[in-house]
Ligand binder design. Structure first.
Ligand SMILES: *Cc1c(COP(=O)(O)O)cnc(C)c1O
Length: 340
């Protein structure tokens, strides 16, 4: 695959131990890869993908980028910022209807100068082709980035991220048994699966599914598998993966995408109050909740080392304020006041 020379973030992102959370849970040692600190517009895993996607957009002489997501999409916010940084116009297709006031990621999309289309129940880019066609007719040269920035080009960024973390771990003299993170459009997982094998990272790669699968959808694991093999081909490696390489925990989808429950609230509260680190309500809160549950069930030996990949998303904390505070007194109260 061609070298990528578009830089939008600051790397390597830190890799840090979560000592107080590990101690509280009495389980394995937990480390965190801080991709919430990639540096572009409040950070997140999409910065990495966008370096490759916008490189491709510029190489194909596009002047406009179109992408899609939920109303509080981190991917759309990062895309809007990245387009601003390189001088591309940006059209976002966001689920839902226009709210009375803009907050969180939506506010930031607006500040970055993106053109926003509200698309109701269609938050996964169903209308992208139509809007691309309209823009073309009006004389633009649009470049379409799929929902979540997940295709082999976007996922290839996580092949490089696997190499990045491997060299950090080598420097620390640390070997990681498992890497766990939220998985939603699948590019992060596909790239890490491909990258781990290419760079000799021996960890189990575990995605925590964020979206409920709907009847008639292609099973998410199949989608990830196809993307991992497609990513491999970009690096001139032949198909190598099978479904056994796609480890997906799909029992934590709770009330569905973007619905905050007890699992997410406790994870956000524990990580904030014990580590001073913010998770997000939609993705990392759910994935950390899953990790905490898996540890409490005793599925991971105390002697193991686990890496939680913090994929970002913290700007969405603010629009979710009422779901995080009102019903949260059970967890907030627990941690009030100084602790030994
Ligand atoms: C997009 C996103 C994810 C999921 O990554 P995929 O590559 O789409 O699976 C996880 N966490 C956050 C904060 C995200 O914005």
């Amino acid at each position: 695959m061609e070298p990528n020379n578009l830089s939008l973030g600051f790397y390597p992102t830190p890799c840090v131990p979560l000592m107080r959370l590990s101690k509280e849970l009495g389980g394995p040692q937990i480390w965190m890869k801080r991709d919430d600190q990639t540096g572009l517009a409040l950070g997140g895993n999409k910065t990495r993908k966008l370096e490759h996607l916008l490189h491709d957009a510029l190489a194909s002489n596009a002047d406009t980028v179109i992408t899609a997501g939920a109303q509080q999409s981190n991917h759309c916010r990062q895309t809007a910022a990245a387009c601003a940084a390189v001088g591309l116009k940006c059209h976002l297709l966001l689920g839902g209807v226009e709210p009375a006031s803009f907050n969180g990621n939506l506010l930031l999309d607006h500040l970055f100068g993106a053109t926003i289309h509200f698309t109701g129940a269609e938050r996964k880019g169903e209308r992208i082709a139509r809007i691309a066609e309209d823009l073309e007719k009006a004389g633009s040269r649009p470049y379409v980035i799929p929902y979540g920035g997940s295709n082999p080009i976007g996922a290839s960024a996580f092949v490089h991220a696997a190499r990045e973390v491997k060299s950090q771990l080598d420097e620390l003299g640390l070997s990681i048994d498992r890497i766990i993170f939220p998985s939603s459009s699948g590019g992060t997982q596909a790239g890490l699966i491909a990258g781990a094998r290419m760079h000799g990272l021996q960890s189990e790669i575990i995605g925590v599914a964020i979206d409920k699968e709907e009847a008639g959808d292609e099973p998410f694991a199949h989608h990830i598998l196809a993307m991992a093999n497609g990513t491999n081909r970009l690096f001139n490696k032949s198909d190598a993966f099978t479904l056994r390489d796609v480890v997906l925990r799909d029992e934590y989808t709770g009330g569905g995408y973007g619905v905050v429950g007890r699992l997410e609230r406790e994870a956000i509260s524990l990580t904030a109050s014990l580590e001073g680190i913010l998770l997000d309500p939609v993705y990392t809160g759910r994935a950390m909740g899953a990790l905490i549950d898996i540890i409490r069930r005793g599925e991971i030996a105390k002697s193991e080392v686990v890496l939680f990949w913090h994929t970002g998303g913290t700007p969405a904390l603010f629009p979710y304020a009422s779901e995080l505070v009102d019903s949260d007194s059970e967890f907030l109260g627990q941690r009030k006041g100084p602790r030994a």
